[in-house]
Design a protein around this ligand. Structure first.
Ligand SMILES: Nc1ncnc2c1ncn2[C@@H]1O[C@H](COP(=O)(O)OP(=O)(O)O)[C@@H](O)[C@H]1O
Ligand SMILES: [Mg+2]
Length: 262
């Protein structure tokens, strides 16, 4: 059984066909990536998978159940967490509190709006706080536990979002461009973090623009172009696919797609 499968998924915005009849399946325990040029429909596909958008057509199955049309909090409760291309951090909270919110998402996300106003979330119970500290450690943010999110640098915020998503103890983690805007050193850290997360048993679906990151970490790659699935395969297969090279990789990216560790 696939962990996630999408079947002929479609999304139109007015006249724009953002996602066109896309089908694929994600196996548990792997790192899958979705790549494609800007505007290819990657984020829209994520928004369809995690229930932020209702599809214009097609179906989504998660852990053997048809989840088409379910809301993000319902999918979170079933074990699907995500991060956003544009940071969705609570800037009026500390790093620790941001992750503690994620811990509470696991129990009942419908409570989230009211919880945000509760003084108890700032104090938190001891177990939740300890778990949040542990997650901040896992993403390399020990130094920022009590920092105001508003005071944290961009690279740290990207990792904070991953920690918050992990706090919900997902079975499937969707990461939308986790390395966007990061320098090469920070990108390598994200690369290692993704591999650690996967090694810990969380299935990862990554949307990424950074070819080197994708080629490094992905077991399987899905290529989108103009909303359609252009190709799917291992990094090697995708890299050699003439259509992919023509549509997306180009010469510069194809060089980078070799290996940055070479
Ligand atoms: N909420 C929206 N309303 C209208 N058009 C959208 C919306 N979201 C995405 N699009 C359009 O859908 C296409 C795919 O966008 P997107 O999924 O963000 O691509 P990617 O993440 O691959 O860069 C683009 O043409 C974009 O302008
Ligand atoms: Mg996007």
């Amino acid at each position: 059984m696939s962990m996630l499968s999408v079947d002929r998924l479609r999304k139109e915005f007015g006249g724009v066909q953002a996602v066109v009849e896309v089908s694929f399946a994600i196996e548990a325990g792997r790192i899958h990536s979705i790549i494609g040029p800007n505007g290819a429909g990657k984020t829209t596909l994520f928004n369809l998978v995690n229930g932020l958008y209702a599809p214009s057509g097609g179906r989504v199955s998660f852990l053997g159940c048809d989840v088409t049309g379910l809301r993000p909090y319902e999918l979170a409760a079933r074990g699907m967490a995500r991060t956003f291309q544009n940071l969705q951090v609570f800037f009026n909270m500390s790093a620790l509190e941001n992750v503690m919110v994620g811990c509470h998402l696991k129990s009942d996300t419908r409570l989230l709006p009211s919880m945000l106003g509760w003084p108890s979330i700032a104090r938190g119970d001891r177990a939740t706080r300890a778990r949040a500290v542990e997650l901040l450690h896992e993403v390399g943010l020990d130094a920022w536990v009590d920092a105001d999110a508003a005071a944290m640098p961009y690279g740290a915020l990207k990792r904070l979002e991953i920690a918050r998503a992990l706090a919900a103890e997902p079975k499937l983690l969707l990461l939308d461009e986790p390395a966007a805007g990061l320098n090469p050193t920070e990108t390598r850290e994200i690369d290692r973090l993704i591999q650690r997360v996967a090694a810990a048993g969380v299935t990862v679906l990554l949307v990424e623009h950074d070819m080197r990151l994708v080629m490094d970490v992905s077991d399987r790659i899905i290529v989108l172009n103009f909303g359609r699935k252009l190709a799917e395969g291992t990094a090697q297969e995708v890299r050699r696919n003439p259509e992919v090279i023509a549509a997306y990789l180009g010469t510069a990216a194809a060089q980078g797609a070799g290996s940055r560790h070479a």
